[in-house]
Design a protein around this ligand. Structure first.
Ligand code: ADP
Length: 593
């Protein structure tokens, strides 16, 4: 998706002077100069308009970065360069690659305009801080990801004023970069599939509970599956548009993933943002404001202490309640090593993660400090679908299980692709170099230009080396370095099994034979994806104290809450969880339940 972002900031006289001063001796060129760099996803191209050495305008004319988080990076860098003549801009946390790429592309363009970019790297003044800012609202939400925003909207719909504290410079959290599959029994679209997909809330419950080895709280699982479809209607009422095909997210065990028409989690965050932006929404968002401490009075949570980007202290008083929605701790290596009992001590820095740097477990630390009970901390979800270099989900060719098969470097299948995520990961760890290669044909994404749920096209993935593509299976085997004969035999066996309706390892869900060229394959490795444990909640999303009582005024939702999934989460259940319990937490806080 080429996005043409133009941030025309105008040029103040002062800015012109700064540039002119900053470039002594430079040839004062005039014209439009281009620069490019590789961003997080593909090539970014910028155009810089220069008039006798003065920077007039910067446009990002081509990029494929993640919307929302890249918008912040673009705005900051372009504003600093155009208005201040300063190329020394801090990386936006969570958008590091994007910020660096933009600076590189702009530097290239400026250099070809004869501008001395070295002189534009001027030190920045750091905020002194030291002040205390006081604020107050009915409900305070900590964390502006999927759960937090659902809670904020729901609290506002229940008549509360709301303040959301988000430590990063953008809303969305890991929800923004997720694959966006939302499990809900939705007969209208499931029965429209050919063949129809039979499903039930009881089956959703049973699969969720069993896949977590019955370590979740069954009452919580019940609430999640029973409210899933209603949460979809709620999101639809907020303006979310849905794809009409049902998918099975890897580890999803059944085709019940509803996905928005927009890729990633963009659709969810956009509808929440639109609600917040409406006049009278009564929701205020404080970005780059990191909550550090819960304030209690007589055992009741009555507020939050935070630090903002200017190093000021922010004290926010909650009339009704505080919702903790800070996500998981997969980016906190020490914490996952400390708690995990599932993976035998291997979750050190060598195992990457799919998430944003905000996933540090802050909410667990804050909750623990006031006596909240933690559950399920010993379980950590890994998926064998990480990018080998970054651990990120980007570059994954097949987001829907029924289109794909998985092989090892020996060219053979080794597991039912429709297995639990922990089983898939354990099996991947047993393969050579822990590599699992996803293989698919072009039946569902025929042109190479279609965007998948991670906002990428096959053309892009092939161009940047995340995946390989060939017109014949023999060529593909050579490209991915697996023995040709073994690979051909694997595909032959798989296709014969598709015809028979059941194949080795017991798989029964297929879109069809692997026979439509070109063929694609992409190697993936295990990566930490979801931390299963967290604050114990009840069915009203109230946080439970170690003494077994509810902590008054304190609610939690999303990945920060434990006991929702047990040992292993079903793929596609996270969005269900965060939306259902985000809504409940917002309502409970608003109503002081
Ligand atoms: P969930 O899916 O549970 O909503 P996300 O990762 O989508 O989890 O969202 C969690 C959000 O919480 C992220 O945007 C993250 O930056 C934010 N966050 C984490 N810790 C803090 C904190 N201490 N203060 C404010 N926001 C936080």
């Amino acid at each position: 998706m080429k996005r043409f972002i133009t941030i025309f900031l105008g040029v103040a006289l002062a800015a012109s002077l700064i540039i002119a001063c900053a470039t002594p001796g430079a040839q004062r060129q005039t014209g439009v100069f281009r620069g490019s760099a590789v961003g997080y996803v593909g090539t970014m191209i910028v155009e810089v308009e220069v008039n006798r050495g003065n920077i007039r305008r910067i446009d990002v004319v081509q990029h494929n970065e993640t919307p929302i988080l890249s918008d912040v990076a673009f705005q900051r860098v372009i504003s600093a360069v155009v208005n201040e003549g300063n190329l020394n801009v801090d990386n936006v946390t969570g958008a590091t690659f994007t910020t660096m790429a933009l600076r590189t592309a702009i530097t290239e363009a400026l250099t070809s305009a004869g501008i001395d970019t070295g002189a534009m790297m001027r030190p920045r003044q750091r905020p002194v801080g030291g002040q205390t800012i006081y604020k107050q609202a009915d409900v305070i939400v900590i964390g502006g990801g999927g759960a937090g925003l659902a809670a904020a909207v729901s609290a506002a719909q229940n008549g509360s004023s709301v303040i959301v504290l988000e430590k990063l410079a953008f809303l969305g959290g890991c929800t923004l970069i997720s694959g966006s599959g939302f499990n809900a029994v939705n007969p209208r679209i499931q029965m429209a599939e050919n063949p129809p997909i039979y499903d039930s809330i009881d089956l959703h419950f049973q699969q969720t509970w069993d896949a977590g080895d019955r370590r979740a709280d069954p009452a919580i699982v019940r609430v999640m599956v029973e409210n899933a479809l209603d949460a979809i209607y709620w999101l639809t009422d907020l303006g979310l548009e849905w794809d009409q095909r049902v998918k099975m997210i890897p580890g999803g065990l059944h085709r019940r993933a509803n996905t928005p028409t927009l890729p990633l989690g963009i659709g969810f965050i956009e509808v929440y943002q639109r609600f917040i932006d409406r006049v009278g929404s009564n929701v205020e968002v404080l970005l780059e404001t990191r909550a550090t401490e819960l304030i209690t009075e007589g055992g009741r949570v009555v507020g939050v202490k935070a630090t903002n980007a200017d190093n000021n202290t922010v004290v926010v008083r909650a009339n009704n309640g505080v919702v903790m929605a800070t996500g998981g701790y997969s980016a906190n290596v020490e914490m996952r090593m400390y708690f995990d009992r599932q993976w035998g001590g291997i979750l050190d820095r060598r195992v990457l993660n799919t998430n944003l740097p905000g996933s540090m477990g802050d909410g667990i630390v804050m909750g623990q400090a006031i006596g909240a009970n933690l559950v399920g901390m010993e379980y950590t979800q890994l998926v064998p679908f990480g990018h080998p270099g970054t651990g990120a989900p980007s570059g994954l060719i097949g987001g829907s299980v029924e289109d794909t098969l998985y092989i090892n470097l020996e060219g053979r299948r080794f597991i039912n692709e429709n297995s639990r995520r922990d089983d898939l990961t354990l099996a991947a760890f047993d393969q050579t170099d822990t590599v699992l290669i996803v293989v698919m044909d072009s039946r569902t994404l025929p042109t190479g230009y279609e965007y998948n749920i991670f906002n990428e096209t096959h053309n892009f993935m092939v161009e940047y080396g995340h995946a390989f593509r060939a017109d014949t299976l023999e060529e593909l085997a050579v490209l991915i370095g697996v023995p040709v004969n073994a690979f051909l035999q694997t595909i032959m066996d798989f296709n014969a099994a598709v015809d028979a309706g059941r194949c080795e390892f017991g798989r029964t869900d297929f879109r069809g034979r692997i026979e439509t060229p070109p063929f694609l394959a992409g190697p993936r490795v295990p990566t930490v994806h979801h931390t299963m444990g967290g604050l114990q909640i009840d069915t009203y999303a109230r946080v439970i104290h170690k003494n077994g009582n509810v902590i008054p005024g304190f609610y939690a939702a999303g990945e920060v809450a434990g006991g929702v999934h047990g040992t292993n989460r079903v793929g596609g259940n996270a969005l269900t969880d965060i939306t259902v319990f985000g809504r409940i937490a917002g309502e409970s806080a608003a109503l002081r339940r």
